[in-house]
Design a protein around this ligand. Structure first.
Ligand SMILES: *[C@@H]1O[C@H](CO)[C@@H](O)[C@H](O)[C@H]1NC(C)=O
Ligand SMILES: *[C@@H]1O[C@H](CO)[C@@H](O)[C@H](O)[C@H]1NC(C)=O
Ligand SMILES: *[C@@H]1O[C@H](CO)[C@@H](O)[C@H](O)[C@H]1NC(C)=O
Length: 179
């Protein structure tokens, strides 16, 4: 009986989770023969991706010029494109909430297409924390980043970033303006 009960709880939890993420669009790659980067290139790319999360979560957006090239473009919301570090910074600044956030970029896959070019996929999981009337609540967002990266002056930087958003779980009222 206890076992049936816990199976039901698992099933219901999974069903709920799937329903909430119903707008998911699984990664569909057709070419599964990417070119592997050297360990140094992989580490350097991962370091740049991590710096994005740290810059955002610690609200030090001046670090973004070590993440993006001066002519970088981004598409965070699916319906708007930002061009150049100042526009990217302004957009991100407008999305920072008082309660703060924690971004994790994981499952980093690098497809190196040349000595100084790479297509990079990394999974995104971002948790946003409530404050004031939403204190104690949280909203967690899932998806992945698709980055075109280039090596400039010895550093791997993002030239183009598109976010593929799967949706999220938790209470969206934590993130004002989102729905
Ligand atoms: C790797 O990059 C090449 C060149 O852009 C592209 O044709 C291929 O689809 C990519 N493969 C993966 C798995 O990303
Ligand atoms: C932004 O990215 C989404 C995929 O997340 C894509 O469907 C959309 O066409 C892109 N929008 C622009 C303006 O590039
Ligand atoms: C989310 O939190 C707000 C503020 O506490 C509350 O009014 C609302 O009912 C909550 N929504 C859900 C779906 O729990």
């Amino acid at each position: 009986m206890a076992r049936l009960h816990s199976s039901l709880v698992v099933l219901l939890t999974l069903t709920f989770f799937e329903l909430r993420l119903a707008n998911s669009s699984p990664i569909a790659w057709t070419d599964w023969s990417p070119q592997s980067p050297s360990p140094e290139t992989y580490t350097s790319i991962q370091n740049t991706l991590s710096l994005f999360s740290i810059a955002y979560d610690t609200k030090q957006l001046s670090l973004l010029d070590q993440v993006f090239t001066p002519t970088a473009t981004t598409n965070f919301t699916g319906n708007a494109v930002q061009s150049g570090v100042p526009a990217i910074t302004d957009f991100l600044q407008s999305t920072i909430i008082p309660g703060g956030s924690q971004h994790a970029s994981s499952t980093v896959h690098v497809n190196q297409t040349g000595p100084a070019t790479a297509n990079v996929i990394s999974y995104l999981s971002a948790i946003f924390f409530g404050s004031a009337s939403t204190q104690g609540l949280a909203y967690q967002n899932f998806g992945y980043y698709e980055d075109q990266m280039v090596k400039q002056n010895g550093k791997w930087l993002v030239q183009n970033r598109v976010i593929h958003n799967y949706g999220g779980i938790g209470n969206i009222s934590v993130v004002p303006g989102a729905s």
